[in-house]
Design a protein around this ligand. Structure first.
Ligand SMILES: Nc1ncnc2c1ncn2[C@@H]1O[C@H](COP(=O)(O)OP(=O)(O)OP(=O)(O)O)[C@@H](O)[C@H]1O
Length: 355
């Protein structure tokens, strides 16, 4: 079955040399963002990842005008959010929906009434509200829960209400502020799946902030890594996983590419080659079409170099295969073996030597 055509085109988001300085007590100031530039295309799902205090929320809050840049511009669909006032700012805010880590639902209102709230505020007629809210509640799979109160819902269900409410005004952009951080891994997957469906069906742009690389891997096609108020690396999610260049990116990836040396090897790993020769331990990254090539078998067959496989996994990022393998080969033949693998489009990194 064909997917339904997007009914609304998402808006672009542009951070152009944005800085934000907060005044602190005692006349001092604090630079929360410095010279940040990042572009999100219409209809794209993009992520901003960083540690606590890096400046993620400040960036996100500039997209709906809750913060204004001290320098530079934030543009949504070409409109400068920082200088917008009055009706122009209200239009931008209607075009930008937001979901939150702790859902921010009104506990005294039912699911139906929470989703209806933004439409009531916008002065939409009650008959139009009814059909729109029913559609939204069905879209997020809560049609049997419309008259329940937030306290009667699970975390995942509450976030579904948050998503339906954020979509009520038919925004062009959906901002997600750590929307799955309070959820268990399984519920996280269903909520991320729902966001992907919404992005595909409605064509709206999604910008999410997170401190979890797994969230970026599972949903975003582009990502910016932010550290102490600066973007230290950005690019396609796939490229960032395959060739991370900044230590912060590497540290975020450390926990999730899932492939670590078995303890009995890690404990014996040396930086220098042993006088006796020994084995070189190599990380091999397989990308794109090469992820499924029988390269190690060819290495043994063509060069006569035998390979010990120490650990490995193949996963999928942005629908492309990506493999990570830890191997060891005879240290005296290692340069030759790595050159062979690189010639065949694989990436290699020397981790050390074992006896
Ligand atoms: N209104 C404010 N006044 C003063 N300092 C602020 C203000 N808002 C944020 N900051 C500071 O700016 C820095 C960045 O904050 P921000 O909330 O953007 O970080 P974050 O990456 O979203 O962190 P977290 O994941 O913990 O929410 C922090 O050091 C924070 O204390």
């Amino acid at each position: 079955m064909d997917s339904p055509k997007p009914s609304a085109q998402g808006a672009s988001i542009r951070f152009d040399k944005v800085s934000k300085t907060f005044d602190k007590k005692g006349g001092q100031s604090f630079a929360a963002l410095q010279d940040v530039s990042f572009d999100v295309k219409p209809g794209e799902i993009a992520g901003i990842i960083g540690r606590s205090g890096a400046g993620k929320s400040t960036m996100l809050r500039m997209v709906n005008g809750l913060e204004r840049p001290s320098a530079g511009q934030v543009l949504v669909g070409g409109q400068d959010v920082g200088t917008a006032r009055g009706a122009a700012l209200r239009t931008i805010r209607r075009d930008v929906g937001m979901i939150f880590q702790h859902f921010n639902l009104l506990s005294s209102r039912t699911v139906y009434d929470n989703v209806a709230l933004p439409l009531e505020i916008a002065g939409v007629a009650s008959s139009a509200i009814r059909s729109r809210v029913q559609d939204l509640i069905a879209r997020v799979g809560l049609q049997d829960h419309a008259q329940r109160y937030p306290a009667e819902l699970s975390g995942g269900q509450k976030q579904r209400v948050g998503i339906a409410r954020a979509l009520a005004t038919q925004p062009k952009v959906l901002l997600s502020d750590e929307a799955t951080s309070a959820l268990d891994p399984e519920t996280t997957q269903t909520v991320l799946g729902l966001l992907k469906d919404i992005n595909r069906d409605l064509g709206l742009t999604v910008l999410l902030i997170t401190h979890e690389m797994a969230v970026v891997r599972d949903i975003a096609t582009r990502v910016a890594v932010i550290d102490a108020g600066r973007i230290v690396e950005e690019g396609s999610t796939y490229d960032l996983f395959v060739r991370p260049s900044h230590p912060t990116t590497r540290s975020f990836l450390g926990g999730i590419t899932g492939v670590t040396l078995p303890a009995f090897i890690a404990g014996r790993l040396r930086e220098e080659r042993l006088d006796s020769g020994g084995e070189q331990v190599i990380r091999v990254t397989f990308t794109g079409q090469h992820a499924t090539d029988p390269m190690l078998a060819l290495l043994a067959k063509d060069l006569g170099v035998s390979v010990n496989i120490l650990a490995g996994a193949i996963e999928e990022i942005s629908d492309k295969p990506f493999g990570n393998l830890l191997i060891s080969v005879d240290a005296l033949r290692a340069d030759e073996a790595r050159a062979f693998l690189e010639r065949h489009g694989l990436l290699t990194e020397v981790l050390g030597y074992v006896g």
